[in-house]
Design a protein around this ligand. Structure first.
Ligand code: PMP
Length: 292
């Protein structure tokens, strides 16, 4: 297989030579933003929605991306083309850039723009059929008034702590609560429940404004399936008929056990399976063409 080419500030560099300075504040302090995007069947799914979020997150951390949104979109498409990819996971990253050992972002020069695109398998393998065993974790989701979970920043340590805890407890995915005890999200995905044929998900105040979450809500509207955005508790999770998580990498994945409690009958739910099918149809049909 040919070596992947990585986009770094407008140039394509072989993976083995794709390097960033150790003085980059993205490396030193997690100071930067990123995205995770998928290409399916020669098309990039929800490209501009992901770019909107990237630019919004950059704005919030007062980071000016040295490309227009359209230039960024073209850079992503070009990265896929030079790597001859039709199905891929795409990781755009914008770091604060090279600074000194102090925190002050004003000391940093130009932000570094990196785009990695690579082939990708299904994140959860056979668990799409079997269902995930999830565990709630002791570590709480970052508070909205300290490091808002809406920012998709390079600082993912909160999520990594949750993942470590899930690994220790034998869970396939971690479920975060927020500081008030409300359900927040997974370590890398949003969460939905189904109860008496109504679908519920928490508002995006205490979690990431997921693009896949938006797609699921769109499908629910198209299919006239009752849906409510509302705070959820542990009680709601344990007593749900169905639970599923959503994310660019995860797609839609059924959760069949939480903290040892079987969800519904312990098998992926009918509505979850229906949404998985509809989601798959959208990813195959929609998107920005890479090769036209
Ligand atoms: N929450 C977190 C913490 C995530 O990392 C992700 C993945 N980006 C999501 C939710 C899902 O967001 P999206 O559907 O936009 O990938």
């Amino acid at each position: 297989m040919e070596e992947l080419l990585i986009y770094i500030n407008g140039e394509f560099v072989p993976k083995s030579e794709a390097k960033i300075s150790v003085f980059d504040h993205g490396f030193l302090y997690g100071d930067g933003v990123f995205e995770g995007i998928r290409a399916y069947n020669g098309k990039v799914f929800r490209l501009y929605e992901h770019l909107d979020r990237l630019y919004d997150c950059a704005k919030v951390i007062d980071l000016e991306i040295p490309l227009t949104k359209e230039e960024f979109a073209q850079a992503i498409l070009e990265t896929l083309r030079v790597n001859k990819l039709r199905d891929a996971y795409i990781r755009p990253i914008v770091t604060r850039g090279i600074g000194d050992l102090g925190l002050d972002p004003r000391k940093c020069g130009r932000p570094n723009v990196i785009i990695i695109a690579q082939p990708w398998d299904r994140l959860y393998g056979d668990l799409y059929e079997k269902g995930l065993k999830a565990v709630t974790v002791a570590v709480r989701r970052n508070a909205i008034d300290s490091l808002p979970p809406n920012i998709k920043s390079l600082n993912y340590l909160n999520n990594i702590l949750a993942k470590i805890e899930a690994n220790v407890k034998g869970g396939d995915e971690a479920i975060f609560l927020d500081h008030n005890g409300y359900v927040s999200e997974g370590s890398g995905d949003n969460i939905f429940i189904v109860k008496k044929k109504v679908v519920y998900t928490p508002p995006t105040i205490n979690n990431l404004k997921g693009i896949t979450r938006e797609v699921v809500i769109e499908i629910l509207e198209e299919e006239n399936i009752p849906f409510k955005e509302t705070h959820l508790s542990l009680f709601d999770l344990y007593s749900a008929d169905e639970v599923f998580v959503t994310g660019t990498a995860a797609e839609i994945a059924p959760v069949t056990v939480i903290d040892g409690r079987k969800i519904g009958d312990g098998k992926p739910g009918e509505l979850t399976k229906f949404l998985m099918k509809k989601f798959r149809e959208k990813t195959e049909k929609e998107g920005v063409p890479i090769y036209e």
